[in-house]
Design a protein around this ligand. Structure first.
Ligand SMILES: [Zn+2]
Length: 315
């Protein structure tokens, strides 16, 4: 005991090396992550995250239950972290963007890095041939048009789900909507209004780009759509908001997130698609998963588990 105690003061002795302060407190490497699906190059681009309070986030379970699920994954039980991750699909002949991030309308200081990350990955807005949108919630469409009112991707065809368009662009529905929901309708008009006649509207089960097929996923919103990307033997599903963070809603597909517009339908859709990617071993990319949110979903107990793809040193 005496010798161990004697060794302790060495800790407070003068350091052998100069103090090295953190380079920039809280900074991370640029948020982009490349993987391949067949011949297609897939790049996940981070738009950071927003931190939300636990209270009210999951509608149908107690906060203590949510905390238990977070703790089981080594996560703090004080808040929910909701990241934003878009996908760039480079087919070799087309650069396709799946959802646009928050653009100039970032909800807080931890988001708003999308363009910097997109450029760090080697892209410019001019390179984008198509922007295909999953649904019309602001965090998915706001990057399409900047604060000055200009389209951010000047050469891109904008593609939107027909059912989503029918719901949000209906003026009578907007006028009759509760006040809390009116800003969402107005935001859809801000994004698309000036270019409404140029937006291509697509249905479900359609090839919206070479190797990219739209899949019905309503519930989260009336026209919510996910996409299967297929090249060679490779397949990936862009899950959009099938779950909010999979940390909670893949583990517990019957939990209802605050933002699901038709909670019961969202649960059915969530189970159907998580079942599909598990059974058929289709890789998944989650819009609101912890970055890069790309990996394999498997059935696990009563829910599902996402095993993230390991870091890819080379593709
Ligand atoms: Zn979302």
């Amino acid at each position: 005991m005496a010798s161990a105690a004697a060794a302790l003061p060495a800790v407070s002795a003068a350091p052998a090396f100069a103090n090295t302060p953190p380079a920039r407190t809280g900074a991370q490497a640029p948020g982009w992550f490349r993987s391949k699906v067949g011949d297609y190059e897939i790049t996940a681009i981070s738009d950071g995250f927003v931190q939300r309070p636990l209270e009210g986030f999951v509608r149908n379970v107690e906060v203590a239950e949510v905390q238990k699920t977070l703790a089981a994954q080594g996560l703090p039980g004080t808040h929910i972290r909701v990241p934003y991750t878009t996908l760039v699909v480079n087919t070799g002949s087309q650069v396709i963007l799946l959802d646009s991030g928050n653009g100039d309308f970032a909800p807080g200081a931890n988001s708003g890095q999308w363009m910097a990350n997109f450029r760090a990955a080697g892209f410019t807005p001019e390179m984008v041939n198509k922007v295909i949108l999953s649904h019309f919630h602001g965090d998915h469409i706001n990057g399409v048009r900047n604060k000055a009112g200009q389209l951010v991707f000047p050469n891109a065809e904008l593609m939107a789900p027909e059912a989503e368009w029918a719901f949000w662009m209906d003026d009578a529905r907007m006028n009759n909507a509760p006040d809390a929901m009116k800003p969402a309708f107005q935001n859809v008009r801000r994004v698309f209004g000036p270019s409404a006649d140029k937006v291509t509207r697509y249905g479900w089960d359609k090839e919206v780009a070479p190797g990219v097929t739209s899949v019905r996923a309503d519930g989260h919103s009336p026209g919510h759509t996910v996409f299967v990307i297929a090249s060679g033997a490779g397949r990936m599903m862009f899950m959009a908001d099938i779950t909010n963070t999979p940390v909670l809603f893949a583990r517990h597909p019957e939990w209802q997130v605050l933002f699901d517009m038709d909670a019961q339908k969202a649960i059915e859709t969530r189970k159907r698609l998580l079942d599909m990617v598990s059974a058929d071993r289709i890789r998944s990319a989650f819009y609101h998963g912890p970055f890069p949110a790309v990996g394999q979903v498997s059935r696990d107990g009563g829910g599902y588990r996402l095993d993230m793809l390991p870091w890819q040193d080379a593709l």
